[in-house]
Design a protein around this ligand. Structure first.
Ligand SMILES: [Zn+2]
Length: 421
C-alpha cells in the first residue's frame, strides 16, 4: 500500500516497511558480484579512494545477500526491500511441477510485490533505474513510471518504452559489448549524465558481474575496473547525491589447481543411484547469458518424479556426496532462506565453497568458459557482500546498525531513513 501524499518528508509504506521521501538525490548501486575481496584487493593498492572515504566518513558493514546468491533474486529483493518469499523471484527460472515446464521467473510471470522505485514514482518522485543487461530492466521497471533502460540496449531507447531517448548521445558513446567491463561503466556514466542534466530523487544503478566472473580480485583487470568504478562513485558524490553501494552476491573460484572446473554433476549421480528420469536437477543460475559461468553455481534444486522415491533417502544420499555443504527439504529451505514454496524444488542443495553444482555433464557446455577458471556464486559462500553509505548515519543508527547483521535489501531503508540530515 502506498500513501498518496506527494510532499517531501512524507513516508511511503512498501512491502510492510516505511521509507522517507529522499531529502537529497539518493543513488543505490548494485555492484554486481562485488565480493568483499574485490574491495580488499583494490584498497590494498589505493585504487578506490572514494569508496574508502564512504567507509570512513559514512557507514560501512558486511551484509548478507538473499539466497540463492544469484543476480535476479537479489536485485529484485533490493528494489522491493524484501526477500524472495515476498516478491516471488527465487532464480532465473523454475520448474512448473504440474506441467514439467521450465518457466522464466522474470520474463514470463508477474512479480508479486511492488518495488520501492515504482512506489516513489507513483507518489510523484523522479525515479531512474539503469541496468547493465536488458533482461533485468523489465523486472526493475515493474510498474515504474520513470526512466528505465539498460546499457545493453542504450542505442534503442524510446520515450514510450524507456522514458528517455538518445541515451548514447547523452553518454557520448555507443552501447557497450555485453561481455565487457564497459557494460557496467556505461551504467554509471549514464547515471552521472542524468544527475548532471535533470532533477532526480531516486536512482538505482545495477552493474554486471562480467569482470568478477572473469578475473580474481588481485588480477590487474579487476583492479583497473575497481579504479574506474571508484572514479564514477567520486563523481556521484561530488554531484551531491547520497550514495549507497551493495552487491547482489560475492564470487568464488570453483576450479581445480590445474584450472579445470570443480563440478559435482548431481544429475549424473542421482541418475546412477536412482535411475534416469526419476529426478531432475534445476540450475536456477542458467540464463541465455551464460558465457562467463558455464551455467553452474553453488545452488541447485532437485525435483523428484518417481512416486516410489523416498525424499529422506535421496536427501541422505546427496548429503554423502563430496562438495555438498547443505541439503534441505523444500519446507526447510523456504523457512531458512525466505523462499516462495510454490517455486521451490523438493530438495535444495548448496555446494561447499569452491565447488559448483551441475545437472548432468551433458547439460553443460564448458567450452563457454573458453579455458578460463570457473568463477561463480549461488551458495552460502557468496552471501557476504559490502554495504556502504556515503554519508554518516544518525548516531543512534550508526551504533545500532553497526551491531546488526544487515541484509543487502536493507540498503534503501538505511539510505533513505537513517542518513543524518
Ligand atoms: Zn550478479
Amino acid at each position: 500500500m502506498i500513501n498518496a501524499v506527494k510532499r517531501p518528508s512524507a513516508s511511503l509504506a512498501v512491502n510492510g516497511r516505511s521509507y522517507f521521501w529522499p531529502s537529497r538525490t539518493t543513488v543505490v548501486i548494485c555492484f554486481d558480484g562485488c565480493d568483499p575481496a574485490y574491495l580488499g584487493a583494490a584498497r590494498a593498492v589505493n585504487a578506490i579512494p572514494a569508496i574508502d572515504r564512504m567507509a570512513t566518513d559514512g557507514f560501512a558493514t558486511v551484509a548478507l545477500a538473499a539466497m540463492p546468491t544469484f543476480t535476479n533474486p537479489n536485485n529484485i529483493s533490493i528494489v522491493c526491500g524484501a526477500p524472495p518469499s515476498v516478491h516471488g523471484v527465487s532464480g532465473n527460472f523454475f520448474l512448473d511441477r504440474a506441467t514439467g515446464e521450465e518457466i522464466m521467473m522474470v520474463d514470463a510471470t508477474p512479480m508479486r510485490a511492488p518495488t520501492i522505485l515504482a512506489s516513489f514514482a507513483k507518489a510523484g518522485a523522479k525515479v531512474v533505474a539503469i541496468t547493465a543487461k536488458d533482461k533485468l530492466r523489465k523486472a526493475l521497471a515493474y510498474q515504474l513510471d520513470g526512466i528505465a533502460f539498460s546499457a545493453e540496449k542504450a542505442d534503442t531507447c524510446t520515450l514510450a518504452e524507456n522514458g528517455i531517448k538518445d541515451v548514447t548521445g547523452l553518454v557520448g558513446r555507443k552501447a557497450p559489448d555485453l561481455y565487457s567491463a564497459d557494460l557496467s561503466l556505461f551504467v554509471l556514466d549514464a547515471g552521472i549524465r542524468l544527475l548532471e542534466t535533470q532533477p532526480v530523487d531516486l536512482m538505482y544503478l545495477s552493474l554486471s558481474d562480467y569482470v568478477q566472473h572473469t578475473f580474481g580480485p588481485d588480477e590487474p583487470e579487476a583492479i583497473c575496473f575497481m579504479r574506474e568504478v571508484d572514479r564514477r562513485v567520486e563523481r556521484l558524490m561530488a554531484l551531491g547525491a547520497v550514495v549507497g553501494i551493495v552487491a547482489d552476491h560475492g564470487m568464488n573460484d570453483m576450479a581445480e589447481a590445474g584450472g579445470s572446473p570443480r563440478v559435482l554433476y548431481l544429475g549424473d549421480r542421482l541418475d546412477a543411484e536412482w535411475g534416469p528420469g526419476t529426478t531432475r536437477v534445476i540450475c536456477p543460475i542458467t540464463d541465455p547469458f551464460v558465457r562467463h559461468h558455464g551455467a553452474m553455481g553453488g545452488f541447485v534444486r532437485v525435483h523428484l518424479f518417481a512416486a516410489h522415491l523416498d525424499r529422506d533417502a535421496v536427501i541422505s544420499f546427496v548429503r554423502s556426496l563430496p562438495g555438498v555443504a547443505l541439503v534441505l527439504s523444500r519446507e526447510q529451505a523456504c523457512k531458512r532462506f525466505d523462499l516462495p514454496e510454490d517455486r521451490e524444488g523438493d530438495i535444495v542443495v548448496v555446494a561447499e565453497k569452491g565447488t559448483a553444482l551441475g545437472a548432468r555433464a551433458k547439460d553443460h557446455d564448458l567450452t563457454q568458459l573458453a579455458g578460463a577458471r570457473l568463477r561463480s556464486h549461488g551458495g552460502l559462500a557468496e552471501q557476504e557482500v559490502p554495504f556502504l553509505i556515503s554519508h554518516p548515519l544518525t548516531p543512534q543508527h550508526q551504533a545500532e546498525l553497526g551491531a546488526t547483521r544487515l541484509r543487502n535489501f536493507d540498503i534503501f531503508s538505511v539510505a533513505l531513513n537513517h542518513v543524518r540530515a
